[in-house]
Design a protein around this ligand. Structure first.
Ligand code: ZN
Ligand code: ZN
Length: 362
């Protein structure tokens, strides 16, 4: 039985405002009306309205009532959101949150790293947008901000679901300062199963502050038994030069990252077979130690063939092809480019391009 059900309310990377990062998530063993999590909040009510027009039963509707079938409205489904989980506060990830905040009613929790939530707080300063978010419990405003720490622990999001947060690099601002995003390990507590969701991310090979290797290391030993699903961005198509990536991935860099993951999986499996060789790494380990270890490993690179078998990689956040360079939709173009590279490396992972409105069982 699956652990989670996820609907892609929006899965693009802009600039089209109709399909921005926004995923609704629930435990598979509960109904949507019992509580949903919004993983990112780019597209909101407008996109939901359109999806429900096309697929009225996407969220288990229509429900049978006294007077017969009655499809759920977008407002009704959106009201089931108990909390928001944000990787960073770029507008394509929070615009739906802003536009719906005053109509949600009741209290909702917004989870994220400190810097992300400070930016959300600035958005709701009363200038750009009314003051609808606060750190305070006492404040009678709809959005409560709750910081998630990079402490290698899982913290409850809503009943039965918890999250571990790790930082990512997502380009630079003010010259050379790293702009941070987050990766989330989202866990179904009673089943012990989880999936890994990346916010916007740049490759370690470009980042001045590389973080993806730490995330791969934290995931490695769980693949594929308790973690078989990964969501990761690939904003631009093959051949996009590094100086045009602006803190994002293209297929070449994504496959280099998946190769780094495969190497970590091999290393983790080797270490569990040889318990005296080294203890499992923690993400809090000094990066310099990690880098030394990395160099030592590269002296005897094992084969990575088939190492990621059983892992589903969902490709998200493809930027719209506004110039019309491709005849096929850009998300399919990019996913097929990633798939071809993964098959050439024979890593074994399954590559799936996410479509808006797609229902994914995890
Ligand atoms: Zn984005
Ligand atoms: Zn971003």
């Amino acid at each position: 039985m699956p652990s989670f059900e996820l609907v892609a309310l929006g899965c693009g990377g802009g600039p089209g405002e109709h399909n921005l990062s926004s995923y609704l998530l629930k435990r598979y063993d509960a109904h949507w009306s019992e509580g949903a999590l919004a993983l990112e909040a780019g597209s909101g009510i407008g996109a939901l309205n359109k999806l429900l027009n096309d697929q009225p039963d996407l969220f288990g509707c229509p429900q049978v009532k006294n007077d017969g079938p009655s499809p759920c409205t977008a407002g009704e489904v959106y009201s089931w959101i108990k909390c928001f989980l944000l990787s960073h506060a770029h507008l394509d990830h929070i615009s739906g949150l802003a536009l719906t905040a005053s109509t949600l009613g009741g209290n909702r929790t917004v989870f994220g790293a400190r810097r992300c939530l400070e930016n959300v707080e600035n958005l709701f300063s009363g200038q750009l947008w009314p003051r609808l978010a606060s750190w305070s419990d006492d404040d009678s405003i709809p959005l409560k901000l709750r910081e998630l720490h990079n402490d290698a622990k899982y913290h409850p999001l809503f009943p039965g679901v918890s999250v571990r947060t790790m930082p990512l690099s997502h380009g630079r601002y003010d010259g050379e300062r790293t702009y941070h995003s987050s990766a989330f390990f989202i866990k179904h507590e009673s089943r012990g199963r989880e999936f890994l969701f990346f916010g916007d991310v740049e490759p370690d090979s470009i980042a001045t502050e590389p973080h993806t290797r730490d995330v791969w290391r934290a995931a490695a030993l769980k693949i594929p038994n308790t973690l078989d699903t990964l969501f990761i961005e690939c904003s631009y198509p093959s051949g996009t030069p590094d100086d045009m990536l602006y803190g994002h991935l293209n297929p070449e860099h994504l496959v280099a990252e998946l190769t780094a993951l495969a190497a970590e999986v091999v290393d983790a499996r080797t270490r569990t077979r040889e318990p005296n060789s080294s203890q499992e790494w923690d993400s809090d380990e000094e990066p310099v130690h990690a880098r030394k270890r990395q160099r030592r490993d590269s002296a005897a690179t094992p084969t990575l063939r088939g190492v990621l078998a059983g892992l589903k990689v969902y490709v998200i956040h493809c930027k719209d092809d506004v110039k019309g360079a491709y005849t096929d939709p850009i998300n399919r173009v990019i996913a097929s480019q990633v798939r071809a590279l993964v098959e050439a490396e024979d890593l074994g992972a399954e590559i799936i391009g996410v479509e808006q409105g797609m229902k994914i069982l995890i």
